[in-house]
Design a protein around this ligand. Structure first.
Ligand code: GCU
Length: 612
């Protein structure tokens, strides 16, 4: 007998946010969508002439937009004064950053206006339409047919607007003012060691849905079990009290239940024959959800992850995380990675290295990454860009960081591969900072208590003994992992110093070294003491790995970094030229000596831990 219980628990994330007119459209790739990707006409607007009038008043201050590029207006006749024209303006590819598409925009930070036109064929008169953005860096002001849809900040998480009441059958004008200026109160703030790529950097989709549709769903193992599937479904629309059917064809499990007046329903399905997901056996199960005229399909894996003392247990078994860090950049093409092919290239290289884990640094990467990691059997650490020195006492900055975290969790909550939510990287110890990060941990736990919460913390050196490293960051109290970055041999001393390092780690938790490494110019060979040579980098790896093995709770690492990546902070001519070259693979895809050192270490680790 299948026991099904209706639990009136906290709904899932789908609401018209009071302050924001955005909606959360989860699982967008499984919906009825039309891609709006392609060549969009653009206007590069360094003085934001299209947004502010000459008195610096925004044209979109009131609902009726008073001027500016949002109106996408063409001169009616030869007498009318209009000083812009999208139709005759150049075009840029969407998705794509502008920096790598046009040399003139390589260093450009400011506003660029994007415009595309589209028609709509409604498949049913009562259907609803949404426009969905995978990500826009950093600020997006979005307009449709001269009406403001909303303003989104945060360059790495999805957002969507309902356009049902505004959309026409043909000639819809979608205009986006994209601005990637850096701000001290933003997340990230003004200083990062990655390129501030601007643009509509991920997919743009037109989503069509029935009047009442499945807005969001969560499928996972019921916390604390390995034989009960918990599913939550959230409907949105005028007629929420509908039967919601859920089925797992390969598991021969199905259930049908009436949603409550808020359109929410929760199931618990006993599943005795579940094969759990793991890197060695990344089993995914088809799930189908239908309600009224709407239906969604997805593929999900079931696994448990927990920290137990100094161990990390995946499906109850100890695991060592053989990882590497990645930036969301396709080194071959240059510019932001955004597609499934980009993800397959990067995760393929991580697999070649022998990884079962990746740290997607320092911001939410595109959704293809986690979905492909589900399929390829790679565990993921996902992070929000609370990076270096954020404004810790600024409540809007905190709200912004919380929103990015919430949007990331809503997007990837069904991904078995995602096991760590990281709320920060290398942030300076201090009360305001720790309070800020603590509230992010609470936010993450309140939205998803089934994954490990962490951050890349700082290490300090014992003032009495330069070889004595101490990890006692007070923030470590609130995390599930004790993870920190360590750069002995590169930012601190020469490689031989690594051999003498000893650790004092305050926390009895699994230790994950979230970064270590050294710069190396691929193809530059010299003795192991010559900085930027492959030999120097390889030596740092050869010495660091055995040093880390001495740390009692050492349960994994994600060396910095899989590939060389663009950074405005790396300016040494001939050697760096705007690239951080700590990659194990160059920007041309060529492997450095250290790649083999780490690959060898991981092969040995896999053998020692019985991983195939
Ligand atoms: C830091 C930081 C990275 C940076 C790296 C480096 O630890 O987290 O974003 O790129 O070190 O200096 O190369």
């Amino acid at each position: 007998m299948i026991r099904i219980r209706l639990l009136l628990l906290a709904g899932l994330a789908f609401a018209i946010h009071p302050a924001r007119s955005e909606v959360v459209i989860a699982n967008v790739f499984a919906r009825h969508t039309t891609s709006l990707n392609g060549q969009w006409h653009v206007i590069v607007d360094p003085y934001d002439t299209g947004f502010w009038d000459y008195r610096r008043r925004p044209y979109d201050e009131s609902a009726k937009i008073s001027g500016g590029f949002a109106l996408d207006h063409l001169a009616g006749d030869r007498t009318e004064l209009v000083e812009y024209n999208f139709d005759t303006s150049p075009a840029l590819k969407v998705p794509g950053d502008w920096n790598s598409q046009d040399d003139k925009l390589f260093y450009y930070e400011g506003s660029v206006w994007y415009r595309t036109k589209f028609d709509v064929q409604k498949t049913a008169p009562d259907h609803r339409f949404f426009v969905y953005f995978g990500a826009v860096n950093y600020e997006a002001n979005v307009y449709l047919n001269g009406r403001k849809l909303g303003r989104h900040i945060g360059g790495f998480t999805p957002f969507a607007y309902e356009i049902t009441g505004l959309v026409k059958e043909s000639g819809n004008s979608l205009v986006v003012r994209v601005n990637n200026n850096r701000h001290a109160d933003a997340v990230p703030t003004v200083n990062t060691d990655w390129w501030n790529y601007g643009g509509i950097t991920r997919d743009v989709l037109l989503v069509e849905e029935p009047a009442t549709f499945i807005a969001n769903f969560l499928v996972r193992l019921k916390p604390g079990t390995t034989n009960t599937i918990e599913t939550r479904v959230q409907l949105d629309g005028p007629d929420k009290e509908k039967f919601v059917k859920i089925s797992f064809p390969s598991l021969k499990l199905a259930a049908d239940l009436m949603a409550d007046q808020d359109g929410f329903v929760q199931y618990e399905l006993p599943a005795t024959n579940l094969v759990l997901w793991s890197p060695e056996n990344p089993v995914l199960n088809d799930v189908e959800i239908s309600a009224g005229g709407d239906s969604l399909k997805d593929r999900v894996g079931f696994r448990t992850i927990e920290a137990s003392g100094r161990d990390i247990l995946l499906n109850g078994k100890k695991i060592f995380l053989r990882g590497v860090c990645l930036h969301e950049e396709n080194p071959r093409r240059g510019g932001r990675a955004w597609s499934e092919d980009d993800a397959r290239l990067l995760l393929g290289w991580a697999k070649d290295l022998g990884c079962n884990f990746v740290r997607l640094a320092h911001y939410p990467h595109n959704e293809h990454m986690a979905r492909l990691a589900d399929e390829m059997g790679i565990l993921c650490w996902e992070e929000i860009p609370v990076y270096w020195t954020i404004q810790w006492t600024n409540s809007e900055t905190l709200a912004n960081a919380k929103q990015q975290l919430a949007d990331l969790i809503a997007r990837d909550q069904n991904r078995a591969s995602v096991v760590v939510w990281s709320v920060a990287n290398e942030t300076p110890v201090g009360e305001a900072r720790t309070r800020f990060l603590k509230s992010l941990v609470e936010e993450a736990r309140s939205r998803d208590g089934t994954r490990l919460i962490s951050a890349a913390m700082e290490v300090r050196t014992d003032p009495e003994d330069e070889f004595h490293k101490v990890v006692d960051d007070p923030f470590g109290e609130y995390t599930d992992l004790c993870s920190f970055n360590e750069y002995t041999g590169w930012y601190d001393g020469l490689p031989d110093k690594i051999d003498r390092i000893k650790w004092s780690i305050k926390y009895d938790k699994p230790v994950i070294i979230s970064e270590f490494g050294a710069d190396a110019k691929q193809g530059f060979h010299a003795d192991a003491l010559t900085r930027f040579s492959e030999e120097y980098q390889a030596d740092v790896y050869k010495r660091t790995l055995p040093m880390l093995e001495k740390i009692p709770g050492f349960r994994g690492c994600t060396p910095w970094i899989l590939c060389d990546f663009r950074s405005p902070r790396r300016l040494l001519p001939v050697i760096q030229d705007g690239w951080n070259i700590k990659g194990l693979i160059s920007s041309h895809g060529d492997r450095k000596l250290a790649f083999q050192v780490l690959k060898g270490f991981y092969a040995e680790k896999a053998r020692a831990t019985g991983a195939p």
